[in-house]
Structure formats: structure tokens, C-alpha cells
Design a protein around this ligand. Sequence first.
Ligand SMILES: Nc1ncnc2c1ncn2[C@@H]1O[C@H](COP(=O)(O)OP(=O)(O)OP(=O)(O)O)[C@@H](O)[C@H]1O
Ligand SMILES: [Mg+2]
Length: 401
Amino acid sequence: MARNLSALIVDPNLDSRLEMVKLLESVGLDSAGEATYGVEATYLAADRQPNIVLLSLEDPPMRGLSTAEALQQQLPDTPLLVYSSSPAPGLMRQAMRAGARDFLEKPLAARELRTAIHSVLAQEEQRQLARWAEHTAQNARGTVLTVAGAKGGTGKSTIAANLAVALRQVTGQEVAIADGDAQFGDVAVMLTLDVKHSVADLARNETEITRETIQPYLVRHDSGVNALTAASEPDDWRALKAEHISGIAQALSQCHEFVVLDTPGTMSEVVAASLNEAAIVLLVSSLDVSSIKDTRTALRILESWALGPDRVRLVVNDITRAAAVTPEDVERATGMEISRLILHDAQVGMSVQTGIPIVQSNPRSRFAREIIGLAESIAGLAEVRVARAPMARIPLLGRRT
Ligand SMILES: Nc1ncnc2c1ncn2[C@@H]1O[C@H](COP(=O)(O)OP(=O)(O)OP(=O)(O)O)[C@@H](O)[C@H]1O
Ligand SMILES: [Mg+2]
């Protein structure tokens, strides 16, 4: 059960202090102690950590005011209520300037004190929630998923494009896909998008990549996924550097719950940055000997970059069906468990040709079901992360009135 709220009484006058103790009892608050001005008050405040401080202020007010200021510095989140037998506006102003949240005139009725305490604690709760919300908004980041592979042509872009659409279908949340292959990237082709501003244009034109400056470069796919793609015409792709990819991942993750980054099949600084930004790396390997060998090397590189098994998932995609090796061979060779095995599906080629992701055109196909399953498990992981977000709540004043 939550402990009762407690108040510290700071009052140099013994009779007035005892009166306040009685009044506190009648409104259902515990006493966190009583003190005169000065160090006794600040010592007790630090020791007892009260929910509220009640401080008496009479003429001359100097010692009371300096104690009020010291208490506010020490416990800035603990509301301070001042009571006084003098309603002089000057005194009231000085008290508020010293940090008092309310000024009550003596003699005090229990109802008046209860209402005042309720109100300052409610204000404090609002203040803390607003601060938490602002902090969360500033630090909020969606989940960045980087689809990578040690080799070209293992199905990375097909998986990335379908995964982005599936995440949107499964969660209904904001999803973005960014093509990290400024030269040969074909996310735009896979989603039939009309590219007006490419990812390389963004790198060239914007000195700072933020959630605002990135907006004009995004194209909305009919699924609701926002895409930042490579140009469909020859483009000076070399403008895209590692720092741009980091900026893109960070800016997109501030306004999307999921960000899928597609990468080219060769290691580069840009790929390294994409991997670095990822909460989860989907390392795609096909079922042929050279792909497995290269995947093993890639895993070693990732490990040396401190991208351990907690962030890396091995996805095996049987693009050819003429598999020379088995999934077990892959696990043995890489020393890593296969997280998802995607079987060959002849309908994938058709979907790539038509530019409609297979999770939309044929969601019951083998490939689509695998990708939807992958999206569901990723969405589940993200939910766990959100559920762990801290909640700053302080208890409201006891209901027993
Ligand atoms: N499970 C699958 N079954 C059948 N065909 C597939 C499968 N996965 C991908 N493909 C086909 O493989 C080809 C290569 O896929 P994709 O372009 O996605 O590979 P990539 O890894 O992105 O290549 P690159 O490294 O050149 O960017 C595509 O034509 C796609 O249709
Ligand atoms: Mg590709």
C-alpha cells in the first residue's frame, strides 16, 4: 500500500507549530517532522523527504524567506506552502518569489488547508508529467531495423520493402523505409514510387538533417509507409556519406515508430553507419556456399564493432531453390541460430516485376506470411521496449477526507 503523504512543518513558534500538527492530522497527512528556521529545517527536509513543506512567515520575514529559498533549492520538486497571520501583499509577493506555491492566511480552517494542499500537489503532478512528456518527446526514438547482407542479390531489398509495408499493416503505426543504396537502390521500383527528390539530393542539399528538413524528400506509399529512395535516373550517388545515413536514421526515428534501412551488398562506411544506428540488424544470407562464407565474415566484423547476437538476427532466404547447402549447414558454419528461414517462392519475382509488394498483392503466399510473421515478432519486441518506458507519477493527496 502507498505510504501516506507527509508534510514538514517549519515554524519558529512552538504554539503555532502544535496547532499546525493538529490541523495536519485532521486533513489526513502524516507529519514528516517539525523544525525552526535554518539548518534544522534543511536537515529534516533532506532526511525525511516530505511530499510538501508548510512554512510559517511573519514580520520580519528575512530568516523565513532565506529558509524557504534553501528548501526550494534542496527539494525543487516538493511544493512549498507558506502560512502567515499577516496578509500584507508585500509579504505575499516575497514568499512567492522565494518559491512558495501558495500563501495561506491564519487562522487556518482544515477545509482550506486540504484544498490548498490538493491543488499544489495536483499542479506538481502536472508539472512533472509535462516534464516527462517533453523529455520523452525529445528522446523518443522508433525502432531502427537495418537489412544487410554480405553479398549482393540475397533478397535484402525485397525483404526490406515488404517488411516496411507489413509493419505498417500489422501495427498501423508510422513506418519509414530509407534506401541506403544511393547508386543501385531499388526500393522505389519495388514500391512503384515516383522519386522527385532522392536520398543523394537530401545529402547534397541539407546541411542539417532533421525531422523537418527530411519531410520534403519523403514519398508516401499507398500502404502509408513513408519512403526516402534512391533516384530512378543516374544521380551523383557519392554525395551520400556515413554521417548522412546516421542523420537520416535519427531524424526518421523521431517521427516513425519503425524505420527500415535497406543497404547495398558490399561493406562501406555508409553500411557501417546503417548498422551502427540499428536496434536490430537483419543479416540476410542465401543458401549458397559463397553467401554463407561471406555471412560468417560479416558476423565477425559485426562482432568486432560490438554488434553482438542481441542485435543481430540471421535471416536465410532461399532465393534460387537450387540450394547447395541446408539451413543446418548455415547454422553450423556461422555459429548462429537462424532467426527466420524464408523459402523460395516463385511469386516473389512476379511481385517485384509489378511493383506491388507481395504482402499486399498476395498476403497468403509463403514469402508474405514469413515477412508478416517477422513484422509481428519485431512489433512485439518494440512493445516490450515501450512498456518499459518510465512513468513519473507522484501520488495525489489521500482520498480519506
Ligand atoms: N524468397 C525468394 N524467392 C524467390 N525469389 C526471391 C526471393 N527473395 C528474393 N527473390 C528475388 O531475388 C532477386 C534479388 O532480390 P533483391 O533485389 O531483393 O536482392 P538484394 O539483396 O537487395 O540485391 P542487391 O544486393 O543487388 O541490392 C529479386 O529478383 C527477387 O525477386
Ligand atoms: Mg538491394
